[in-house]
Design a protein around this ligand. Structure first.
Ligand code: NCD
Length: 323
């Protein structure tokens, strides 16, 4: 699908967010407005969003066909904070495991007047497939699509960076680890390359490199120390074993830490005011040391708080488009 077509699917004719499938193709002003909207839910940077009644009478269904802690909890809490009715489909007991097709599950929930589907699935293209098969008043939010895209994570990462750096332009951002299997890296890449002239550096173990033809504005490094040198933002990623068919090439935990892990010595090579990020779940001692994860440059818990504000902003934006 082309960027233009994707944009048309996500945005209404009068320029409102209808679905959130990817950051790829969303404009700079559009992303800025979503981040500004998220800020309005943070009373003060770092504190929890206040209650809001914007989704009263609406129903949000969380359909997580892949494991999730942060994303699912924050979508649930975001919808509840906005006074929506929230339905969390327990995937292990859902009929999809009994052979009911995904669309039958969607149609069943649609018949119960669900307004927003929040979907995480291991299959590429599933959120868009749902968009193409639902009633016009319903919205779909991608909560993690295969290794392809995780747009709300990209937004919360950018909100966190903007809070610390005051801008989303002219930054050196190093993403380190298993980028090839990471939808987080991909969404952050699309967001940052839309927002400005950023130097996006990737460094990944052999076999975990991204397809650089999909990330033409980034530079792939071999050496982690070089890649973090002078960086403003460091993003650590875990090894995403669930997407690796042949585990024989996966480095040992010690080797991953030695060559790609964020430890204090490596972080010291970045700018002195660099921030350290991680989308979670974290494996302390593999991709990041406890000292760095809990250290003064870490903004990892702030990312989680911002996730709630971003999800409130996205939910309210799509429900506004439905009016
Ligand atoms: C990420 C995901 O699911 O893509 N987690 C998250 O949503 N915070 C990253 C990961 O699983 O490693």
């Amino acid at each position: 699908m082309t960027e233009k077509a994707n944009h048309n699917l996500q945005v209404t004719a009068d320029g409102r967010l209808k679905h959130l499938l990817t950051l790829n193709g969303l404009g700079k002003d559009f992303i800025s407005h979503l981040l500004d909207r998220a800020e309005t839910y943070l009373r003060q940077t770092g504190t929890l969003p206040a209650r809001d009644y914007g989704l009263q009478g609406r129903t949000v269904a969380n359909l997580f066909f892949e494991p999730s802690t942060r994303t699912r909890a924050s979508f649930e809490l975001a919808a509840k904070r906005m006074s929506a009715d929230v339905l969390n489909l327990d995937v292990k007991t859902s009929s999809r495991t009994k052979g009911e097709s995904l669309l039958d599950t969607i149609y069943t929930l649609q018949a119960m007047q669900v307004d927003v589907f929040v979907v995480r699935d291991a299959g590429a293209g599933i959120p868009e497939f749902i968009v193409n098969n639902i009633q016009p008043h319903v919205s779909v939010l991608n909560a993690g699509e295969a290794a392809v895209s995780h747009p709300t994570q990209g937004l919360l990462d950018m909100l966190t960076i903007r809070q610390h750096k005051g801008r989303l332009d002219n930054l050196k951002v190093t993403i380190i680890g298993d980028i090839g299997h990471s939808r987080v890296a991909s969404s952050l890449y699309h967001g940052l390359s839309t927002m400005g002239e950023n130097e996006i550096r990737f460094v990944a173990p052999p076999g975990m490199e991204p397809d650089m033809s999909l990330h033409p504005d980034a530079t792939l490094y071999d050496n982690a120390d070089e890649a973090v040198s002078g960086a403003d933002v460091l993003v650590a990623l875990r090894i995403q074993r669930e997407r690796i068919d042949d585990p024989s090439g996966i480095p040992s935990e010690a080797e991953y830490m030695e060559r790609y892990g964020l430890n204090s010595e490596r972080v010291a090579l970045a700018a002195s005011d660099a921030i350290v990020m991680h989308p979670g779940p974290m494996n302390r001692g593999t991709e990041i040391t406890a000292e760095v994860a809990d250290g003064p440059q870490s903004v990892i818990t702030q990312q989680v708080t911002n996730g709630l504000a971003v999800r409130m902003a996205v939910l309210s934006a799509v429900m506004e488009a439905a009016r």
